[in-house]
Design a protein around this ligand. Sequence first.
Ligand code: PFF
Length: 448
Amino acid sequence: MAVTSSSERGSWNSKLGFILAAAGSAVGLGNIWGFPTKVATEGGAAYLIIYLLCTFLIGFPVMVAELSIGRKSGKNPVGAFKALSSNKFFPLVGLWGVICGVVILSFYTVIAGWAFGYAFEEIFYFLGWDSAAAWLTDTGNGPKNALIASVFMFGTIKIITGGVSDGIEKATKTMMPLLIGIIVIMIGYVLTQPGASEGVKEYLLPDFSRINAGLIFSAMGQAFFSLSLGMGALITYGSYLSKKENIPQAAALVTLADVGIAFLAGLMIIPAMYVAQAAGIEIFVGDQLASSTDLVFQILPALFHTIGGVLGLVLGVVFFLLLSIAALTSTISLLEVPVAYVIDEHNVPRKKAAWGVGLGILVISIIVSFYPSLIGTFDNIFNNLGLPIGGLLMCIFVAFVWKTDSALSEMELGFEGVKQTLFAKVWPVFIWIICPAAIAYNIISNFL
Ligand code: PFF
């Protein structure tokens, strides 16, 4: 097993630093692009309810498991499974996570590039430079997509080469409250516009007849994606976590921050769709949505443009910049997984690992830039299916190989007396039975 010095691996500066970094990983395009798009396309409030159940009943217990594996082993996902048992299969689970991370990052940068481009589109629109604005809004434009995705990837690599704490902790600390503030302002605006009430009904009044195996499967994948679970990102982040920290508490805070921002984003975007429709923008063709992957990128600029003037400009620019930073704190964690793997397992220095892996993934990003329809396919295989499978196997590992009691002993270091709490009685039941059974059942029933 490769040995890496702790100075090469780094660690978080503070407790808040870790929570911010993990929340930064969790909060991203998944909350503001993925979640509202899926609510809109797959079942409105019924989707919201199933998503919340998946997050709290499956996602949260798996997050505690991932963080415990990471902190105990102090390793990347492959090294962690090697360190905690002699079983030869589970390091492959770690490797699967690394592969999912690589593919997800390749399309994530393209979507992040759309968000970043829209910050400038708002300025060009304000100045009346219509053709430049139109160039930026064309999500099918390969060279443009590739250019902005490359800028995004270089930014990510640059931060990763600096190590884990400084950039990530600082960026998240200012971004998160600002992002929440601006979303709340936008919700206030949207809800006073004509048409909004229909969107609020769609978002909050469930029609249970819309729940089916496909919806549950999609909501489960979304929960994993949004919490950054199932691919070892939180094993990796947990490996930099001090032994003094309380793992269940940190996991609870990260989960609440993530769900809170997703919920608010939905409350902004779903009513905004109906407001846009009432203003004559084509959102639905018949009862089908006119677009899916770029839905949010049509609704939001339309909204900022209807606010208009300097206020619309400022809100639009700030919003898309914040969304880009939220995406950046997620791409950092996506890249950190394969980079930590290469550092730990192949003894490569951090800088070399970050550039080598980052540029390799950029090649896939450029292909996705020219063929954006690949996003849906990659999302289905490596996110909706890949992450829950990773989560399922991690539960099996903690339940039957490493054992939940060992995980609780690891938690005990930063949470004295945890073994006497209700948490210690309930959490293992989730890891032994409820999470694996629910994940396996959902995957199988979706395919049947
Ligand atoms: N959680 C991120 C989001 O919601 O945008 C995406 C993500 C980051 C998924 C890191 C997985 C991961 F390991």
